[in-house]
Structure formats: structure tokens, C-alpha cells
Write a protein that binds this ligand. Structure first.
Ligand SMILES: Nc1nc2c(ncn2[C@@H]2O[C@H](COP(=O)(O)OP(=O)(O)OP(=O)(O)O)[C@@H](O)[C@H]2O)c(=O)[nH]1
Ligand SMILES: [Mg+2]
Length: 199
């Protein structure tokens, strides 16, 4: 059984996996190098780090599409094994990227992916990472905007079983994220897997 993490390159997927599993996951490597899902085995549970999607310096449009298609195929093929999906966003970059795409009349890939995960019935958890880079008095506004863009009406606090602000760097929000992941596994009657995650 699997927990999958999706998100743009450099949002901190690998850092989040490190926090959840305690494994020595490679972080901060050159973006876009990971082409295949990387699986971290934690007993009977596997945590899967998906290649980062979206724009990366020096990468062709065709290659970006290819990565996205690869992720979609993986999720479809492995749906039965996937218990939980975490979509990781960069708190500081998200709003700006989304607006840029919308100005061009395109659906941002982050939003597309979130909807796709929902269509698969996965009830994705939205991990808003790098919250340490946002001033405390601006955080509610940033999180409200994330919700709004993902078709969840603000205020964000009513979605605290979907949206979790964290910093994989400072550890802020990590206990809340772990609690939510555990709760979801319980709801799926997968209590037997709880012991494989880092406390
Ligand atoms: N300030 C801040 N930096 C972070 C945080 N989480 C990760 N980073 C940094 O962001 C960079 C990317 O982190 P990764 O975990 O490698 O990101 P990723 O999503 O796995 O990236 P790819 O594998 O390229 O798709 C690294 O330099 C991390 O140190 C955070 O919460 N706050
Ligand atoms: Mg990574």
C-alpha cells in the first residue's frame, strides 16, 4: 500500500517524505532529474516520491507534458494500491504561478492535478510547504488564496482536514500533518500501517 506525493519541482516533496518517514531522502538536488517514482519502503507501507511537474529551467514543453502524463498514468495504474495522496505546494510561489497561467488562459497544472486526484477518489491532502517564508500576519491570506484556487471557499480554516501549512525546514506544522495522515489511514481501516510512519 502506498502514500504518494505529487507537486512541482522544488516545492519540498522529498523534504516532506524525510519528515514523515525519517529516511535519508535526497533533497535539494538539481530539479527535474527524477524521472521515475522513487519508492521508500517503510515496512508494509511505501511512500512514493513522484517526479516534479511543471516548468523547470531548460526543459522543453514536450518534456513537461511527458512528465505530467507519466504521473497521471502511474496514478491510474496503481490506484488500487494508493491509500493517500499528498499534493505539496510552495506557499510563496503558488499564487504567482497560478495567476501567470490564468492570465494565459490555461489551467495551472497544480490545479489540474488536484482535480485529477479528486476524480480518482483520493481526497488529496494539500501540504502548503515553506510557510516559514511567509510573514505570520500574511499566512491566512495566502492559505485562503490556495483554497480559493482549488475550489474550496475561504476561509481556509474550515478545510483543516484538507489543507495543512507546514515548514519541512523548521518543522512547523509537521505534527499536524502527521496527525492528519494518521487519521486518514484510520478512516481507511489501515491502522495496521500506522506503526510504519515516524512518530
Ligand atoms: N524555506 C524552506 N525551504 C524548504 C522547505 N522545504 C524544502 N525546502 C528547500 O527547498 C528545496 C527543494 O526541496 P526538495 O525537498 O528537494 O524539493 P522537491 O519537491 O523534492 O524537488 P524535486 O525533487 O526537484 O521535485 C531544498 O533546497 C530544500 O531545502 C521549507 O519548508 N522551507
Ligand atoms: Mg525531490
Amino acid at each position: 500500500m502506498e502514500i504518494v506525493l505529487v507537486g512541482r519541482s522544488n516545492v519540498g516533496k522529498s523534504s516532506v517524505i524525510r519528515q514523515l518517514t525519517g529516511k535519508r531522502v535526497q533533497v535539494g538536488k538539481r530539479p527535474g532529474v527524477t524521472r521515475r517514482p522513487i519508492r521508500y519502503r517503510c515496512g508494509k507501507l511505501e511512500v512514493v516520491d513522484m517526479p516534479g511537474f511543471g516548468y523547470m529551467a531548460g526543459m522543453s514543453r514536450a518534456r513537461q507534458e511527458e512528465i505530467k502524463t507519466g504521473i497521471v498514468r502511474y496514478l491510474e495504474r496503481n490506484r488500487q494500491k494508493i491509500l493517500l495522496a499528498l499534493e505539496v505546494l510552495d506557499a510563496r510561489a503558488f499564487g504567482e504561478i497560478v495567476e501567470r497561467w490564468e492570465r494565459r488562459g490555461q489551467v495551472p497544472v497544480d490545479i489540474e492535478m488536484f482535480q485529477f486526484l479528486r476524480e480518482l477518489g483520493l481526497r488529496p491532502i494539500v501540504v502548503v510547504n515553506k510557510i516559514d517564508l511567509i510573514y505570520p500576519d500574511e499566512r491566512d491570506e495566502v492559505l485562503d488564496n490556495v483554497c480559493e484556487k482549488l475550489s474550496m471557499p475561504q476561509p481556509w480554516r474550515q478545510w483543516d482536514d484538507v489543507v495543512v501549512p507546514i515548514s519541512a525546514r523548521t518543522g512547523e506544522g509537521i505534527p499536524e500533518l502527521k496527525r492528519l495522515v494518521r487519521r486518514r489511514l484510520c478512516e481507511l481501516n489501515q491502522e495496521r500501517l500506522l506503526g510504519y510512519l515516524k512518530r
